[in-house]
Write a protein that binds this ligand. Structure first.
Ligand code: NDP
Length: 307
């Protein structure tokens, strides 16, 4: 069985940054990229808020650069996904693609999160052409335009408030007659003049002209169907962290995010560290994921040093 000092799961900004730091610290990391090489970034096009790239950087170029940078320091980056994990004793046993077993002295979990979508065909069709699940990433393209945000939780409120600072008008499409969000966030939304909340509404279809979103068809609880004209359609109905493999083995919060201790990446199991969106329900940015990947590699290095 292959034995490694530091196994990293996840090929997004958190995993690659962990690999850069771990390889420079001689931990000889092995990284498996998982089912979405490049991570969530690859669902966007231009990344304008990653420092160091005035004018923005193409998401694929950015993740390819991180991968190459990690490789240049000796990180062993491979294709494949963890399909089984036994964290009950160290070294941890991880199975890749149901066939290859690895023993890892330390494990860095950087498996990310997936934004939830409604599951409409039209939503899929206009992905990247007006449909987005990240206001911070894509909001800038909708300056002085009209957008809609789906959801009534804190994420949706935060997205709507962020977009309200850029767009001419923001619709919030909320499926019940109350917010799920904290009162303070809900109140902020209600007190923002260019946000209109459409209560008791579900989206039937995202409308478009074949190349861009032009509207949405909504169904109100009373049976009324109506269209709104919009240029952007933002999902804010939550994220699903990639933590299913670790359920019952690591402490997770109520939404499945891995719980880390204080400012560290330490999880409830010594020697297992978590970085990026799989442990971050709040900030969810490429740059914060990258930073937490650095933290995880440093924590793993310290842990191995103490053993
Ligand atoms: P939540 O699960 O809290 O809210 C999801 C929202 O989306 C709900 O309003 C829900 O409606 C709605 N929704 C879910 N599925 C659908 C669907 N298929 N169609 C239409 N609407 C749908 O997720 P969040 O991401 O908002 O928050 C997750 C956690 O992160 C929470 O604990 C939140 O407090 C925290 N958070 C905190 C922030 C902060 O403090 N600044 C920022 C962001 C998140 P319904 O209510 O009817 O179920």
């Amino acid at each position: 069985m292959e034995k490694v000092k530091c196994l990293i799961l996840g090929g997004g900004p958190a995993g690659f940054t962990a690999a850069i730091y771990a390889s420079r610290a001689n931990l000889e990391p092995v990284l498996y990229e998982g089912i979405q090489p490049g991570g969530q970034l690859t669902t966007t096009t231009l990344v304008e808020n990653f420092p160091g790239f005035p004018g923005g950087v193409d998401a694929i170029t950015l993740t390819d650069g991180m991968r190459e940078q990690a490789r240049s320091f000796g990180a062993d980056i491979r294709q494949g996904s963890a399909t089984k994990a036994d964290l009950s004793q160290r070294p941890f046993r991880i199975t890749i693609d149901d066939e290859k077993e690895i023993e890892a002295e330390t494990l860095i979990i950087a498996t990310g999160a997936q934004a939830k979508y409604l599951g409409l065909e039209s939503e899929k069709k206009y992905m990247g052409m007006g449909v987005s699940a990240c206001a911070t990433c894509d909001g800038f393209f909708y300056r002085k335009r009209t957008v809609a945000v789906v959801g009534g939780g804190d994420t949706a409120c935060e997205e709507a408030l962020y977009l309200a600072g850029l767009a001419k008008k923001v619709y919030m499409i909320v499926r019940r007659d109350v917010f799920r969000a904290s009162k303070i966030m809900g109140d902020r939304v209600l007190n923002t003049p260019n946000i209109e909340v459409l209560w008791n509404c579900n989206t039937q279809e995202v409308l478009g002209d074949g190349t861009a979103v032009t509207g949405a068809r909504l169904l109100r609880k009373d049976g009324t169907v109506f269209d709104i004209e919009i240029d952007g359609f933002f999902l804010g109905i939550g994220h699903a962290p990639g933590s299913a493999l670790f359920e019952g083995q690591l402490e997770l919060d109520a939404n499945g995010f891995i719980v880390t201790k204080g400012k560290t990446s330490c999880t409830s199991v010594d020697g297992v560290f978590a970085a990026g969106d799989v442990q971050d329900p709040t900030y969810k940015q490429a740059v914060t994921a990258a930073a937490s990947g650095c933290v995880a590699a440093r924590d793993a290095e310290k842990f191995l040093h103490q053993q």
